[in-house]
Design a protein. Sequence first.
Length: 153
Amino acid sequence: MWIEKLFTFAIIVANFWVSCGFQDGCKEVQLISYDVTEFDSRGGGATIARTVEPDDKKTYRIKSGSEVRIRCLLDISVDARKNVQNQWRRGYTTVLSDNDFEMKEIPFMETTTMYSLRIDGVSSKLGGVYRFLSWNDYLCNSIVSVYINLEIY
């Protein structure tokens, strides 16, 4: 009887361990931001209706050479997406080069895009707040603004 209880407890602990991302060798942290953009039917531009961002008070501890991914669900028209600019920043001002991040399209959902930030090197200087920005030049409107606090080891 007590062996069954011990076995059940071990399964619960193992599930918690894996679901919280504590497993050894974890290579990436996936953060998801959903933005809902509503267009004025009279052609008056767009307004941001709602933004759900990753918890910027939480520090994500990742291994050097890992990828950090943000998946954005953009509820905007295909024409509007043609004018979208994307940018990663370190802190609030330093712009990272295009070599530091890449955009990945997910083929099965037209309005969903994967943005990936690669961080190489073991240094406390690499840690801190990173910000991903996506905006539309044509609409002069920010679509996505995500802050991530990273600790690199």
